[in-house]
Design a binder for this molecule. Structure first.
Ligand code: SF4
Ligand code: SF4
Length: 383
């Protein structure tokens, strides 16, 4: 079986440009009517990581949200827009990133994701899983991620965006359960996406993010929207479009190892321009965060610092706001008068601090062996 993924180029975020592009994007998938029937309650799940303006490319652009709301309304669906931000309330983040205005203009509703309810599942690794009530009760979920680099996982798109159905600090708790095991965390994300099962995913890559993502990277023009029913297949196309190696994005790497359908380009039926034609001239990946393979654990223990990346704070930018401290799952961060300290012995490398820092004050500092490894793989890919 092949998984259809539709791709379209879009020159900017003008409302009419995006609406026309979305219609064209969804045509090979049967249009919005293939997903939404009259009267259905439709949860639209953009990336609303934190309160940043649209031009920072941290959140899904409001015009993409507007276009999807309009198409849902045309089909008689009842649209709700919601996410559980990393920092701040759904309302405050929606206001800053422009989504609240769109919700009000269109007569849609904001889903605040305040209540967390047990989620029936068979994910043995994480038995106690709860998600937002609105996600559980929706008739249809439309997943609306932003395409970005991600310091912990390599990249974030369709699969990682669905982690936002876990409410507030419960996300921190799941990070804590996964510890420093990125493969385990990737499996959780894949399992969660399979159970949440959005009917449709549309990736906003008109402006994507490179470098120090997902909260503090650099916006980069890609000019593309991607859509499909299988979120993993959509990610496979999106990361290939950027030219990221599949083993550089943990959800892709683990999905391939486990033979998940949609994790290889050969599994896809692509509609639209060739992926390479939309690749930006250069794209800076997230810093390599870990060498997670082939190294015996007894050796790894001694070399752990040299083999992985850990967060480092730039005190020139840090405002000592304490957000990172409050969200660190292992309480490795302490704020003192005039400086901030990260206890590297406690740190599990989840990079929640880097993801949520509003000042971009936290970067990944690679250990010496990891730096050498990255240099080697870069040279090898050039030759
Ligand atoms: S590193 Fe960022 S989040 Fe942490 S205290 Fe400084 S400014 Fe706040
Ligand atoms: S210091 Fe940062 S990277 Fe380390 S565990 Fe805490 S939040 Fe995660």
């Amino acid at each position: 079986m092949k998984y259809p993924v539709s791709i379209i180029s879009a020159s900017g975020y003008g409302a009419e440009i995006i609406l026309a592009a979305l219609r064209e994007l969804l045509a090979p998938l049967g249009g919005m009517a293939a997903f939404v029937r009259p009267g259905q309650r439709v949860l639209i799940k953009p990336n609303m990581l934190s309160a940043r303006p649209p031009e920072k490319a941290v959140t899904t652009h409001p015009e993409v949200v507007r276009g999807i709301i309009r198409l849902v309304q045309e089909c008689g669906g009842v649209p709700w827009v919601g996410d559980s931000p990393g920092v701040g309330s759904t309302l405050s983040v929606a206001a800053k990133c422009g989504i609240l205005d769109v919700v009000r203009d269109t007569g849609a509703a904001l889903a605040h994701f305040r209540e967390s309810v047990p989620f029936p599942h068979d994910i043995g690794r994480f038995p106690r899983l709860e998600i937002a009530r609105e996600a559980l009760e929706a008739d249809v979920i439309i997943n609306l991620p932003k395409l970005k680099t991600h310091q912990m996982m390599g990249g974030t798109g369709a699969i990682k965006n669905l982690f936002g159905v876990v409410v507030g600090l419960r996300k921190v708790n799941l990070h804590l359960q996964a510890g420093s095991d990125k493969a385990l965390f990737a499996r959780l994300l894949l399992d969660l996406a399979r159970h949440v099962a959005p009917a449709l995913t549309v990736v906003d890559a008109v402006m994507a993010m490179e470098g120090n993502g997902p909260g503090s990277g650099t916006p980069v023009a890609v000019g593309a929207l991607l859509g499909g029913c299988n979120p993993l297949a959509v990610d496979t196309a999106a990361f290939a479009m950027l030219g990221l190696r599949p083993d550089a994005v943990w959800t892709q790497k683990i999905a391939r190892e486990e033979g998940c359908p949609g994790s290889f380009l050969d599994d896809l039926e692509l509609f639209g321009p060739p992926l390479e034609s939309l690749r930006p001239p250069s794209f800076r990946p997230a810093r390599e965060g870990d060498i997670g393979f082939g190294i015996p654990s007894f050796l790894r223990r001694g070399l752990n610092k040299s083999l992985s990346a850990l967060p480092e704070v730039d005190m020139g930018r840090c405002l000592l706001c304490g957000i990172c401290q409050r969200h660190c799952p292992v309480e490795a961060i302490s704020v003192h008068a005039g400086f901030l300290e990260i206890d590297k012995r406690l740190c599990i490398g989840c990079f929640c601090c880097q993801e949520l820092c509003p000042e971009g004050a936290i970067e990944a500092r690679q250990g010496i062996l990891l730096r050498l490894y990255e240099r080697f793989t870069k040279q090898r890919s050039k030759s």
